[in-house]
Design a protein around this ligand. Structure first.
Ligand SMILES: [Zn+2]
Ligand SMILES: [Zn+2]
Length: 344
């Protein structure tokens, strides 16, 4: 029996095709997808490709029900609602042995891509480490925030998990907005900087003290006006080289800058050495998630400590997947939920 599968063939070439329903090999699980979410990484890949994600089956944030399990899989009966993230460390490379499975050398060799489809096969290493029963109180859509929230949790640990001060969150896509929510939950004040009215409104709804429209001129001047010396934390979520370069000048002396949004391969942003040295500004980056970040993100969702629902702009059927990305490409919407079987 065939299923529907969205395939990204190249930049802006997205098709929904018929494909055979996958069968699970040893250690693998096939999930019937109930909800998948779009994200900034998807949009970047749609527009220009991605250094870590090949073209092909598309979508990496999803939830669903166990449809079939391979030899040796235990604890996941057919029909079990599940949530997962698309990669897992190998457990044996140098990075994994140091607890840095987020930079595992081989994690992208076996990635579960294709959440925009009726069924998805999860590789054995994902089943072993990053497949979980869906918590009862969570909808399929809310549970699908596990992957982006795990990345945000990783970012917080890279910032030293602060619990006070002023954080400037720059870039109000889904990740930036999750950072706003997380900063508020942890007791920080937030100044949110973004371009689009929808992102600014959501940041205010998530508790940002001030919102700054980057469309109205230099956000640095606005940040200085609002903070005096600058923000204690600057959290960059734009993936813009211009913002990477400017971010240290937006932090107060002794402040920290998290460079979160990846730049195109080979980018070499320049930094003001005087500012970094005499201002003692820390630059940190964060990539992906470690297993403890995934576990922490799952408990934040399960307990209701993070309620990501307002980030979902609209719910769309799988048959409308091309329209979803055309909408995102022209800047409409924050995050879309794609529901293969209708309302989840
Ligand atoms: Zn994502
Ligand atoms: Zn590894």
């Amino acid at each position: 029996m065939p299923m529907r599968q969205a395939i990204l063939r190249g930049p802006r070439a997205l098709d929904l095709v018929e494909a055979p329903v996958p069968t699970p090999g040893p250690g693998e699980v096939v999930v019937r997808i109930r909800a998948a979410l779009t994200c900034g990484t998807d949009l970047k890949t749609y527009r220009r490709g991605h250094p870590r994600l090949a073209f092909g089956p598309f979508g990496h944030e999803g939830t669903g029900e166990v449809a079939a399990v391979g030899e040796g899989v235990e604890g996941f009966p057919t029909g079990q609602p599940v949530v997962f993230v698309p990669t897992a460390g190998c457990g044996t490379c140098a990075a994994c042995r140091r607890g840095l499975d987020n930079v595992c050398e081989t994690q992208f060799d076996e990635i579960a891509l294709g959440c925009y489809g009726d069924f998805l096969r999860l590789p054995a290493r994902v089943v072993r480490r990053h497949l979980f029963p869906k918590p009862d109180g969570l909808t399929f859509v809310d549970a699908a925030f596990l992957e982006p929230l795990a990345c945000v949790v990783r970012g917080w640990h890279r910032l030293g998990a602060p619990t006070s001060g002023v954080a400037a969150v720059v870039g109000l896509g889904p990740i930036g907005l999750l950072f706003v929510a997380e900063a508020r939950r942890r007791g920080l004040e937030v100044i949110a900087v973004g371009r689009r009215a929808q992102g600014l409104a959501l940041a205010a709804a998530f508790g940002a003290r001030d919102v700054v429209s980057a469309a109205d001129g230099d956000p640095g001047a606005a940040l200085r006006r609002l903070t005096g010396a600058g923000a204690d934390l600057v959290i960059e979520c734009t993936g813009s080289a211009e913002v990477w370069r400017a971010a240290p000048s937006w932090a107060a002396p002794g402040g920290r800058v998290l460079l979160f949004g990846g730049l195109p391969g080979g980018s070499q942003p320049a930094f003001d050495a005087t500012r970094l040295h005499y201002g003692e500004i820390d630059l940190v980056s964060a990539f992906h998630y470690r297993t403890p970040d995934v576990v922490e993100a799952l408990s934040l969702l399960a307990s209701g400590a993070v309620r990501p629902g307002p980030l979902v702009t609209d719910r769309r059927p799988l048959d409308g997947i091309r329209q979803v990305f055309e909408d995102l490409d022209r800047g409409a919407g924050v995050k879309f939920a794609v529901l293969p079987e209708g309302e989840a």
